[in-house]
Design a protein around this ligand. Structure first.
Ligand code: GTP
Length: 772
């Protein structure tokens, strides 16, 4: 159904384009060809007309790149579905509870009713192009939120009006602060009996430390919620719902002056007065206007002036407009769309400092990669300057590679509309970029990057000879955190191993937080991920999308190994292969190295008298590095060890592979002598919960070897800051839900690797050896 709808929509766009050759200029022919081909393929489709704006490049001032963010279950997806419906892009209302939404298009998303991947959707509203990204709320997928925020110009924060600010809202709000993204707030679920506008406003002030600017007040409450008063235009906006199947498309706008409800009238007057005063406090231009022309009668302030002032306040991030409604009951979404176009910034109102050096040349950031079975990797890009054209070569600054882009498309959830070119400010989907990964900067050519750098150098924006060159003009990408969990994955038969490897390769390009490696001893494939849910979803996707039934081993913690003491040893390898004799003698010493903050840090030094041919040196280092990958205790990567090369003696005719082999063997010996120590990942944990559940949660943390650092009060809630070994956190979300009746949220982040006590280490060693 969805597929068919999208096809119809696409064809409608093509039809409209062909009927308007004036707007298409020389692109009309291409469109015409495409249209004919599509019509041949899908001749059942009607020949109706849709706006030309659906496809061609809109003016940059009319583009809004917007994200929807919130706590899990606040109603982001439901709100997005309503937006798509009212803007005319879907013909039926999707429902997360029925599993038929457009943006949650992965099967797992539909089944579980949660958002996993951020989906990009493009639609038009009020003569504006809106590129909207629906982002996930679960902690395991915060990388998706970060990726989306990196390329957004504005965001809509959706709240459950009966809950106010919830824990994950705080996290995403902080992420948006980091990227300086202006926001509007939508207090959703106003139809719920517990919904409270004032409570939500207060929690935005207190918990988010933001300055809410209330633009609407609700008419009716709970089940009686029927509309709102627009404080800017002094109008009542009312949805007359006669039946439950009413889609909310029709609503009335009635001037407040004709309102017969005296209480509502006085409430609205008071709220508008407060709004005007608040905006005047935040915006000098508006304050001057007010004092000059409207000092006597604030009520006479024209709505356009007030709206313009609210826009300035929003863009300066001095305040956040607050709107309310009920997405599920189809009320308040159209005014929210109006607010997105009215208050959130166009791409040219955001100051991205690196892109300006490219002037009119292409500069874009790849922010997401999807894998399509037929078309290969699809790369989502945000264009910051210049124009991206189909069938053109582009240069990837980060990979220092030039690639050919074969096709360009506009993303419509899992459906894509092909276009010939796209200009700055837009979000596009490209086909053909095989080397590009998330976070790469794409420019038109190497020469344009050099020219941009020359401009930046001239202006003193980058330093001559800086080490980062030639990537000094690359846009900042997205940081990918280290995975903390891993497990083995096995195909049903060896014949399926190649298919599994292909599936994992595709999934990795889509999701940089998924790491895959091969265990050198067992040859098993290992999946490393960000959390239990993350690995579970990957497993599920391999089954559904690639048709491979795999077995996952038990979920394990990614430990590290280090040494306790200094030790030295020598080893000699003497082997004859065929008629060739290979003889190497090496002397190595290892000692503990303080830096255990990073998960990979190890060091190699050479004793002064050791002078080696570059080939031998490389062979020695390969041998040491390969031993760092697998420690002697349990085969975990080695961390915090410094190796000193004391002596190397290689007889002529010995191959470099033999040198590496001898070094590896000697390393194993010396690491064993130095006394192995296991390091476990220690996580910083933040739990937000009601005070009543505090003692049971603290008691549980004590049993998990947790150390409590602080307990803060965040208004009505308590926030526990603790550190806990990751090994103790398996299945924690379920336990916390049970302990707090679902009234707590937590976030977990890798803090450091800490040495395990001798008792804990011996328990783990026994367990791994299968003895307990
Ligand atoms: N009463 C009421 N329920 C709503 C409203 N909007 C959404 N819901 C319900 O809230 C639940 C969560 O809605 P979603 O739209 O999936 O929320 P989400 O924020 O996208 O959730 P995640 O993608 O998992 O983060 C669903 O059961 C919706 O039917 C609303 O306005 N009123």
């Amino acid at each position: 159904m969805l597929h068919r709808l999208a096809l119809e929509k696409t064809l409608r766009c093509f039809n409209s384009l062909v009927r308007c050759p004036r707007c298409l200029r020389n692109e009309a022919e291409t469109w015409c060809r495409w249209k004919l081909q599509w019509k041949r393929n899908y001749s059942f489709l009607p020949d109706d007309v849709k706006s030309v704006r659906s496809v061609v490049n809109p003016d940059i001032s009319r583009i809004r790149n917007i994200g929807i963010m919130a706590h899990i279950d606040a109603g982001k997806t439901t709100t997005t579905e309503r937006m798509l419906y009212y803007s005319g892009y879907t013909r039926a209302l999707g429902d997360v509870d029925d599993g038929d939404t457009v943006t949650d298009f992965m099967v797992q998303e539909r089944e579980r009713g949660i958002t996993i991947q951020s989906a990009a959707v493009t639609f038009d509203w009020n003569e504006h192009r809106i590129n909207l990204i629906d982002t996930p709320g679960h902690v395991d997928f915060t990388l998706e939120v970060e990726r989306a925020l990196r390329v957004l110009d504005g965001a809509v924060a959706v709240f459950d009006a009966s809950a106010g600010v919830e824990a994950q809202t705080l996290t995403v709000w902080r992420q948006a602060d980091k990227h300086c993204v202006p926001r509007v707030c939508f207090l959703n679920k106003m139809d719920k009996p517990g919904a409270c506008l004032l409570y939500s406003i207060e929690s935005i002030k207190k918990k988010l430390k933001a300055n809410p600017v209330l633009l609407q007040i609700p008419i009716g409450s709970g089940k009686g919620f029927m509309g709102l008063v627009d404080l800017i235009t002094k109008e009542q906006v009312i949805w007359n719902v006669k039946s439950s199947s009413e889609d909310g498309r029709v609503f009335q706008k009635i001037p407040l002056s004709s309102c017969e409800n005296a209480q509502l009238l006085s409430q609205a007057k008071e709220a508008r007065g407060s709004l005007i005063e608040q905006v005047a406090d935040l915006d000098d231009e508006f304050a001057e206007l007010l004092l000059g022309e409207f000092g006597e009668d604030f009520d006479a302030v024209p709505s356009e002036k007030l709206q313009a002032a609210v826009r300035r306040v929003t863009l300066a991030r001095k305040g956040v407009p607050v709107l309310c409604g009920s997405a599920l009951k189809n009320k308040g979404v159209q005014p929210l769309l109006d607010a997105i176009t009215a208050y959130l910034p166009a791409p040219n109102e955001r100051h991205l400092h690196l892109a300006r050096w490219y002037k009119d040349d292409l500069c874009a950031l790849a922010f997401k990669v999807l894998h399509d079975k037929q078309r290969g990797p699809l790369v989502f890009v945000r264009i910051y300057s210049g124009t991206m054209k189909t069938q053109s070569s582009v240069h990837n600054i980060n990979r220092n590679a030039t690639e050919r882009m074969s096709r360009l498309m506009m993303p419509f959830a899992d459906q894509h509309v092909e276009i010939p070119s796209l200009t700055a400010g837009n979000i596009a989907l490209t086909v053909g970029l095989k080397q590009t990964v998330t976070g790469d900067t794409i420019v038109s050519s190497k020469a344009s990057a050099v020219a941009a750098e020359r401009r930046a150098l001239k202006d003193g924006a980058v330093e001559r000879g800086s080490e980062q060159r030639p990537s000094s003009l690359a846009l900042a990408g997205v940081e990918v955190p280290e995975p903390v969990f891993f497990c083995t994955i096995e195909p049903p038969t060896m014949a399926k191993q190649a298919d599994l490897e292909h599936a994992l390769k595709c999934l990795q390009r889509q999701d940089p937080s998924l790491k895959v490696r091969t265990d050198t001893d067992s040859g098993q494939t290992i999946l490393c991920g960000m959390g239990e849910l993350h690995i579970e979803i990957i497993h599920d996707r391999i089954r559904r999308e690639y048709g491979i039934e795999t077995d996952l081993g038990p979920l394990q913690v990614a430990y590290r190994e280090t040494v306790l003491h200094t030790a030295s040893t020598t080893d000699t390898l003497d082997r004859t292969l065929g008629d060739k004799r290979h003889v190497v003698t090496v002397g190595l010493s290892v000692s503990p190295w303080e830096d255990t903050t990073s998960s990979t840090s190890c060091d190699i030094i050479y004793k002064e008298e050791v002078e080696l041919h570059p080939d031998v040196r490389m062979a020695v280092e390969n041998g040491i590095q390969s031993s760092y990958l697998h420690g002697p205790l349990l085969g975990y990567p080695v961390l915090g060890v410094s190796t000193s090369v004391e002596s190397v003696c290689v007889q002529p005719g010995t191959s470099m592979a033999m040198v590496s082999a001898c070094v590896s063997r000697c390393m194993l010996k010396v690491l064993r002598q130095a006394g192995g120590q296991l390091l476990e990942p220690l996580m910083s944990l933040e739990i937000t919960l009601e005070e009543g559940h505090l003692s049971s949660v603290l008691g549980d943390l004590a049993q998990r070897r947790g150390a409590i650092h602080d307990i803060q009060s965040r208004h009505d809630n308590k926030v526990v800051l603790a550190s806990v070994p990751l090994a103790e956190m398996m299945g924690y979300s379920t336990v916390l839900r049970t302990l707090t009746s679902g009234n707590a949220t937590f976030s977990l982040q890798l803090s450091s690797y800490e040495a395990m006590s001798p008792q804990e280490q011996s328990v783990l060693l026994h367990k791994m050896a299968g003895l307990s």
